[in-house]
Design a protein around this ligand. Sequence first.
Ligand SMILES: NC(=O)c1ccc[n+]([C@@H]2O[C@H](COP(=O)([O-])OP(=O)(O)OC[C@H]3O[C@@H](n4cnc5c(N)ncnc54)[C@H](O)[C@@H]3O)[C@@H](O)[C@H]2O)c1
Ligand SMILES: N[C@H](C(=O)O)[C@H](O)COP(=O)(O)O
Length: 330
Amino acid sequence: MSLRIAITPGEPAGIGPDLVIKLAQHDWPAQLVAVVDKDIMLQRARELDTKIELIPFDPSAPAEAAPPGSIYYLQVDRGCDVIAGELDERNGQYVLDTLRIASEKNMDGTFDAVVTGPVHKGIINRAGISFSGHTEYFAQQSNTPDVVMMLATEGLRVALVTTHIPLAYVSKAITHERLTKVAHILYQDLQTKFGIEQPNVLVCGLNPHAGEGGHLGNEEIDTIEPVLAELNAQGMHFVGPLPADTLFQAKYLENTDAVLAMYHDQGLPVLKYKGFGNSVNITLGLPFIRTSVDHGTALDLAASGNAEVGSFELAIREAIKLATEKTQSS
Ligand SMILES: NC(=O)c1ccc[n+]([C@@H]2O[C@H](COP(=O)([O-])OP(=O)(O)OC[C@H]3O[C@@H](n4cnc5c(N)ncnc54)[C@H](O)[C@@H]3O)[C@@H](O)[C@H]2O)c1
Ligand SMILES: N[C@H](C(=O)O)[C@H](O)COP(=O)(O)O
């Protein structure tokens, strides 16, 4: 029996459907099940001039990988046409429905993992649904108070203390409690999911030059240093707070398992500069395995045939790897 992996292509006007159609041409060592409206996929396949067979998913049948050129699907009705490259508020509820069904069916054990394609946060909000990202949505759906966003590429993992919040709120969000919880989740998942016995984590400061001894900000002295001292006293290995502008260099990173950044655009631009298109987004701390692409909806490329599959492919391979290890260790 194969593993069963749910795939949500994300925003239907973006490149998500294109990438799933391209990836369905591969031979996969798992049963991939797209949680989609079949008609959206068939329409996009016609636009891409690519053949695809969509096989209805039957949870009671043995899990088997689909042959190249085909993919299983779990129907979610969209109800009206999608125009590639054109955002439409009416897609908002459909996108959320695919995510809700995928998370419910991960929590009830139907699937072994979920891999998500890119969604457009703005259009979901314009549809009247408050949504800041998959990370927060899956945390809420699974009643998990604290999860951690981590992106990984060859030679670098970056985890975030805060995720999709306005920059103006970041300082207040970096509390003793939040930083402690994030550090514990990161450390534990590096050990259990990535097999690193004694993880080494570099921690960024929040302010320029990590606050310059309090002359350029106090969050390092008031919050970050005391938390790191507590974590290290418990036997963990967190180094910092270090100036974020200089810690991303080979001599610091070569013995480091992850960098913990204080906010989204402190850590992710560096990771994406190093590995855009070859990175995977992994949500740590959830009760199920969730990986995702490192890029957005790329509306400019929808139905063009020019969208790169690298990150989506990596996200599926990482989900299969994590699910295999979880199955073997349970
Ligand atoms: N995993 C996710 O759901 C996710 C991740 C990042 C951004 N987003 C969302 O995507 C939307 C658009 O964001 P953006 O414009 O900042 O980023 P984007 O990644 O959609 O596009 C940035 C640039 O990268 C190119 N690009 C992106 N993916 C590509 C691919 N697979 N192959 C080739 N080129 C690719 C685009 O053409 C564009 O030039 C936003 O609403 C954002 O929130 C979602
Ligand atoms: N912060 C992510 C990135 O920059 O790639 C992206 O917005 C997706 O986040 P979610 O997985 O929470 O939707």
